[in-house]
Design a protein around this ligand. Structure first.
Ligand code: MV4
Length: 447
């Protein structure tokens, strides 16, 4: 087992990883920018290294500074968290080239899944259902028009190096395809430095359902159920839950078998998530994430496992200590992402935390690095806390969630707590009747 782990991240996930390390008796090294000198993960870590000024590209994305910090402190592993360098294959390779363990998948699998066309090709060959579409890049408009006719409109032009909705354009007819094709390539080129695009049948009212996987690299693969992540605003998830209100046990078992078999054949190692669109009873693979996700606690509350601990154990070479038969998904969990933003305009609201009071009680978990007196910097992502609630049923979970939201006090800044208090009292949400567009409609952002 590792002696010392460097946590190459900040905020709540850095604290989360620190906690798992300490419970395994592992020493922790925090890295931070000058803006995060007073951050909780720095205060609690056994050692800390300042890796640069506030801009992420000069600190949390500074590969050389982070690896130097690991070498100087003698860390034998690095956990990247999510975002930043967590899905950067070059970084993972550099870490391993320095004889340090990367707590995550192999660089080759990170690279494979980072190319959405390669990821889809792999999944098709592994027997995973995908959205009908082109079987590779679409090099020119002529090919795009031919595919549009074959697939049938509406179609979606998507960026191979994409994700998060950038470089994605819908075409409802051949007449719209030229603008959609050129627009997607321009946006993808600008956003990712890669203007390769592909085309898929556009699904108009899907849910976004993802399966959490764990694989030890010794042939053992399990799935830990699914998360419904459909409630999002401009590709930013707002609330996630497990299990999905839309799935039954038979669908879960059937999809579970498919995704486990696929990752076994792939020879995958560590945690991973397969993202699907779910529409009219059918699943369609869209992307695979080769990182621990923000919403992982929802799965932890339902399966009773510490996913970061499992990642660390796998990276240290240990086999999974359990089989699929041992995985026992119990009850229901919901996570509210709480952002330092104006709840109506979503404008960032950095600043000093005044009064800070967290909810408690059975089945209530707060993942946050906030404390009274802490100054939320303006340099980074606005998510400052996750409220995760578990209950034996979705109704019990909802009752507990509303109660916890009403207890939660974050003074000194504006947050999206009021949004969650309204959302969890809205009948359509209570009934679980929502797709990926519902939240934006409910907010009046689209018709
Ligand atoms: C789609 C789609 C509909 N049809 N693909 C958005 C970014 C990337 N994760 C893939 N996305 C989508 N791909 C087809 N063929 C709709 C979306 C989409 C979406 C997907 C999941 C969660 C939220 C979303 C918000 C807008 C669009």
């Amino acid at each position: 087992m590792f002696e010392k782990v460097l946590i190459a991240n900040r905020g709540e996930i850095a604290l989360r990883i620190h906690r798992a390390c300490k419970e395994l008796g592992i020493h922790t090294v925090a890295v931070h920018s000058t803006a995060d000198a007073d951050a909780m993960h720095v205060r609690l870590a056994d050692e800390s290294v300042c890796v640069g000024p506030p801009p992420a590209r000069e600190s949390y994305l500074n590969k050389a500074a982070i690896i130097s910090a690991a070498v100087i402190t003698g860390a034998d592993a690095i956990h990247p968290g999510y975002g930043f360098l967590s899905e950067n294959a070059d970084f993972a390779r550099m870490v391993e080239d320095h004889g340090i363990a990367f707590i995550g998948p192999s660089p080759d699998h990170i690279s494979m899944m980072g190319d959405k066309i390669e990821a889809k090709r792999a999944m098709i060959s592994l027997g995973v259902p995908c959205v009908p579409g082109s079987d590779g890049p679409v090099p020119d408009l002529e090919t795009a028009l031919k595919l549009g006719t074959e697939i049938g409109y509406p179609v979606l032009v998507k960026a191979a190096g994409g994700g998060g909705g950038k470089g994605m354009k819908v075409a409802n007819s051949a007449a719209e395809l030229e603008d959609a094709y050129r627009g997607a390539r321009a946006e993808a080129g600008a956003a990712f430095g890669n203007d390769v695009v592909y085309i898929e049948k556009y699904l108009g009212h899907p849910r976004h359902i993802e399966f959490q996987m764990l694989a030890d690299g010794h042939g053992n693969v399990v799935h830990l159920g699914e998360r419904d992540c459909s409630l999002q605003r401009f590709h930013q998830k707002v609330l996630e839950e497990s299990p999905s209100p839309a799935l039954n046990a038979d669908q879960r078992r059937r999809m579970g078998e498919i995704v486990v078999s696929a990752l076994k054949k792939l020879g995958y190692r560590n945690a991973g998530t397969l993202e699907f669109l779910y529409q009219d009873g059918e699943f369609y693979f869209i992307e695979m994430n080769t990182r621990l996700q923000v919403e992982h606690p929802v799965t932890e509350m339902v399966c009773g496992l510490d996913l970061v601990r499992e990642q660390i154990r796998i990276a240290s070479g240990a086999p999974l200590a359990f089989t699929q038969a041992d995985v026992n998904l119990q009850g229901h969990a919901i996570e509210c992402r709480i952002n330092a933003e104006n709840p109506d305009t979503f404008a960032p609201s950095p600043g000093k935390i005044a009064e800070y009071h967290t909810p408690g009680g059975l089945g209530v978990r707060i993942d946050s690095a906030l404390y009274s007196g802490y100054r939320v910097p303006s340099n980074y992502d606005s998510m400052v806390a996750k409220l995760i609630v578990h209950g034996t049923s979705r109704n019990e979970c909802l009752m507990r969630l509303r109660r916890a939201l009403d207890e939660y006090v974050i003074g000194g800044i504006q947050t999206t707590l009021p949004l969650h208090r309204r959302l969890t009292r809205t009948q359509e949400f209570i009934d679980g009747r929502y797709d990926i567009h519902w939240l934006e409609r409910w907010m009046g952002l689209k018709k």
